[in-house]
Ligand binder design. Structure first.
Ligand code: TXA
Ligand code: MG
Length: 310
């Protein structure tokens, strides 16, 4: 308990001094900085090598703090009540007098907001008088980080501190919903859209591959392990690592398992670390067997599909 509080204090000190740090969330680790500070936010873009036109998600402790910066609407309230804190990001309209750095949104008048569930992150947010801008803690287009050591692998000594919250429970990024007009899904994620449909009592629009991209995270070339990836493979080619969703009787060196028994949630949790491991083990190519396209399986397939464009 004592060490938790001292780690939170340390994290706060770095953030107050306008540094960026790694933070744990229930989805993936974030690279966090003060969302009200131009200096902090610029550092995030530089560290990630992220194009300035790709806006950041801002993380809040609760609704009261959010209301200072954004206009909310009835769909938001319904979803907030049911799923927050949790793995869902909302696109809302920014208030004219919001204190959010213009660099976060690339001067746009909408903002992506999220209420993360990880207890350490919540504890940290509660202790700050500003919200945290935090994109996933990886170099642009690479695999997201799901452990503190992954964050260090990405940024090394270029960041001052990582608040270690253990392994991320969900393992893939949040689901993004645009609430500016008709509720629209912009990115598959940790929360299943069928859950969202139930709450809104209708099937929301899906625009994850829209040509007219609002979320550059929709673009191909994302989530790449840095080696070519092939989906829906029946068997591996020579020298290819093979990713399977359930244990097989045979166990070759190049076989990697996402779960014991075809478990989609377990597979999502293991996805990025398994791909990182395959790269580290020296493979130059990876094949993945067919994954059921339902529930969080849709998110897994979305990420694999983007990774396969490498
Ligand atoms: O689970 C998550 O969402 C993680 C954790 C750290 O919270 N964060 C994350 O951030 O995945 P990032 O920056 O890697 O992805 C955010 C996505 C990007 O694709 C960005 O283009 C989109 O959100 N986005 C941000 N602001 C937006 C806006 N105003 N309108 C539309 N899309 C936006
Ligand atoms: Mg990302």
């Amino acid at each position: 308990m004592k060490s938790i509080q001292s780690n939170i204090k340390k994290a706060k000190k770095y953030l107050d001094n306008k540094h960026c740090i790694g933070v744990p969330t229930e989805t993936v680790y974030g690279l966090a900085g003060n969302a009200y500070s131009d200096i902090s936010v610029k550092k995030i873009f530089n560290l990630k090598r992220r194009p300035v036109n790709n806006p950041l998600i801002v993380h809040y402790f609760n609704l009261n703090k959010l209301k200072e910066d954004c206009h909310i609407n009835s769909n938001f309230i319904k979803l907030y009540k049911k799923f927050c804190p949790g793995p869902i990001t909302f696109i809302l309209k920014l208030k004219k007098n919001s204190k959010i750095s213009k660099i976060v949104t690339n001067k746009k008048n909408s903002l992506a907001v999220r209420f993360p569930k990880h207890s350490l992150f919540r504890n940290l947010l509660k202790n700050l008088d500003y919200p945290l801008a935090a994109p996933s803690a990886n170099i642009s287009n690479r695999l997201s980080a799901v452990k503190a050591s992954d964050v260090i692998e990405e940024f090394g000594s270029r960041i001052k501190y990582v608040l270690d919250g253990g392994r991320c429970q969900i393992g893939v990024e949040s689901t993004i919903i645009n609430l500016l007009n008709k509720p629209t899904l912009l990115r598959f994620g940790g929360l299943d859209i069928s859950e969202i449909n139930k709450v809104l009592k209708k099937k929301i629009l899906i625009k994850t591959n829209s040509k007219n991209k609002i979320a550059p995270g929709q673009s191909p070339l994302h989530y790449s392990p840095g080696i070519p990836l092939r989906m829906n493979a029946k068997k591996p080619k020579k020298k290819e690592a093979f990713v399977l969703i359930k244990k097989r009787g045979v166990n070759y060196n190049n076989y990697y398992y996402l779960s014991k028994k075809n478990d989609l949630k377990q597979s999502a949790k293991n996805l990025y670390s398994l791909l990182r491991k395959i790269k580290k083990d020296g493979y130059k190519m990876v094949a993945v067997e067919k994954i059921q396209n339902k529930g969080i399986g849709r998110t897994i397939n979305d990420r694999l599909n983007k990774a396969s464009k490498y």
